[in-house]
Design a protein around this ligand. Sequence first.
Ligand code: ATP
Ligand code: FE
Length: 326
Amino acid sequence: MAEEAHLQVIDKVVQETLDRANVSETDLSAVAVTIGPGLSLCLRVGVRKARKTAGSFNLPIIGVHHMEAHALVARLIERNLQFPFMALLISGGHNLLVLARDLGQYVQLGTTIDDAIGEAYDKTAKWLGLDMRRSGGPAIEELAHEGDAESIKFSIPMKQHKDCNFSYAGLKTQVRLAIESKHINAEIPISCASRHDRSSRADIAASFQRVAVLHLEERCERAIEWALNIEPSIKHLVVAGGVASNLYVRARLDQVVKKNNLQLVCPPPNLCTDNGVMVAWTGIEHLRMGRFDPPPPADEPEDLVYDLRPRWPLGEEYAEGRSEAR
Ligand code: ATP
Ligand code: FE
């Protein structure tokens, strides 16, 4: 179904993008396309379209890492952002803390051992009967304003683990139990809930958000301390990915960063959630460094086996880093 949905819109999306930008394919200097990580059936739809366009117009092609794109778009909006910098990438499928040493050179300081924070936001929103037409994150952020964040004492994940990894599965379970104990029925949309019921849901949303973000704060503190030891020239922490559009997340991480005399760089919300600009920008960065593939042949067969990378870690895990970070 996902592949079908991609196939149905790909031509229209590309054409509309060119029209709105008032350019044609002949104005392009290259084509950048996400080659991973992600569902290979969907990646293939994009790669096929990109290669067809590049082949027809004799353009170089650049295969982009989706998470590198989430991080690098920060350099489009903050021109002073130089390597090395740190990045916290928080989205629906990833929870990464990386040291960006250079273009294409990342050291992974931490990742999730189970779920990403965006997944926890989405599940919590679903269980609370929130409007999921956008995604769960913005709905929780909004409802949390009405709630008391101290009302439910969820425990902070991985307190006893002195590394930079994350875990959100346990917090998800705590939230589900709290929802059950308050007899909240997700079948009743929040818009139809009684005042008392609405306020219980808001308390859970606020308490969940507080602890979910506290976990990010703690891990960032630890990672910054460690990273500054080996790269004292670091000046920035980039926070990007869909969850970085959350204002509470931004405000709390800004505190952490200021305490360490660093600067927070957060792309605007429309460049935090998935977007094409970040892929195009990452393409530009690679193109400038001479990292691209030559134009594919114009008559390339469509059933070719492409270079797709459904599982593609962003850089090496830094083994000593984890012990040093203790
Ligand atoms: P990945 O980048 O890991 O492959 P993805 O591409 O599906 O995942 P993104 O578009 O980068 O995800 O981010 C979507 C996630 O961001 C969803 O889980 C969504 O709930 C979350 N999100 C979006 N806006 C907010 C917000 N304001 N507060 C919290 N979470 C948010
Ligand atoms: Fe994404």
